[in-house]
Ligand binder design. Structure first.
Ligand code: NDP
Length: 288
């Protein structure tokens, strides 16, 4: 990232909707660490930091990893945006997680960066970034007089049906890393995805390319992001699929494959939260 800190290119998403037992996030996070995930994407809002933290502590205690091998991302929820509350949000999350620091702390929904800078200065988080910011909001922050730390990344929805090529170009030009959430098209997510949406993981082009490398459409979707310089966050609570999703480091897509995948983009958004749409800073009204 632009502050010199390193971020693993594939992250394990810990969020699951409320109807899924929270205990599964503990088991899934353990499996994820066992199969090789070192980047864990969490948030206060996901209400499972206790379980995720327990899984992390277990894997540290049994010698699978050391704290410094792991990269934990947390997120500041909008109700905590004042200077004091932001710090409280991190310290509460750290206590719940049983961790001393977070590697990356993101503003979950577009608002101010000042409180985040304070958390970095206090040593509670190593890097700071933003999430769900559109270009205008990102530009506003980058041009802010007296900006102390540039956001290291912008975490937004991205996958082959929403490749965010314009945002990616903008981010690269400003040395801000793009982190893709729902990198598998939020597959069959019953909570926030319209069930008539096209299924990314059943895309014939991804399946065809996958056949060449003996890989699944999910592997191709993840590898695509890594090769274009994007960090991919994928969630699964199923041990076989967690394993499958990590098998993306033993093959390489050709420039033609990459172009073909660029060609299936349809600017399709899976994760829309209409609840926020009336807010003046709702990011999705702009083109990107
Ligand atoms: P994903 O694109 O990772 O899709 C997850 C879905 O795909 C689950 O239903 C999972 O089911 C299924 N799945 C996973 N792997 C496979 C596979 N290999 N084959 C078939 N199905 C598969 O998206 P999410 O929308 O869940 O987001 C992932 C993460 O991104 C979240 O957990 C969170 O950490 C982050 N996020 C951040 C947001 C933000 O505002 N910053 C917003 C949304 C997400 P199963 O578990 O049964 O395998």
């Amino acid at each position: 990232m632009n502050d010199g800190n390193k971020i693993p290119v594939i992250g394990f998403g810990t969020y699951a909707p409320e109807y899924i037992p929270v205990s599964l996030s503990e088991e899934a996070t353990e499996v994820a660490i066992e199969v090789g995930f070192r980047h864990i994407d969490g948030a206060h809002f996901y209400q499972n930091e206790k379980e995720v933290g327990r899984a992390i502590q277990k894997k540290i205690a049994d010698g699978t990893v050391k704290r410094e091998d792991l990269f934990y991302t947390g997120k500041l929820w909008p109700t905590y945006h004042s200077l004091e509350l932001a710090e409280l949000n991190v310290t509460q999350s750290l206590e719940t997680l049983q961790l001393d620091y977070m590697d990356l702390f993101l503003i979950h929904r577009p608002l101010s960066l000042k409180a985040m800078e304070k958390c970095k200065d206090a040593g509670l988080v190593k890097s700071i970034g933003v999430s769900n910011f559109n270009r205008r909001q990102l530009e506003k922050i980058l041009n802010k007089p007296g900006l102390k730390y540039k956001p290291g990344c912008n975490q937004i929805e991205s996958h082959p049906y929403l490749n965010q090529s314009k945002m990616l170009e903008f981010c690269k030009a400003h040395d801000v890393l793009l982190v893709a959430y729902s990198a598998l098209g939020s597959h069959r997510h019953k909570y926030w995805v319209d069930q008539s949406s096209p299924l990314l993981l059943e895309d014939l082009v991804l399946a065809e390319i996958g056949k060449k490398y003996n890989k699944t459409p999910a592997n191709i979707a993840i590898r695509y992001q890594i090769q274009r310089g994007v960090v991919a966050i994928t969630k699964s609570y199923n041990p076989d699929r967690i394993k499958e999703n990590f098998k993306v480091f033993d093959f390489e897509l050709t420039p033609e494959d990459m172009k073909t995948i660029d060609g299936i983009n349809r600017d399709f958004l899976y994760v829309d939260i209409p609840l926020f749409a009336a807010h003046p800073e709702y990011p999705l009204h702009d083109e990107y």
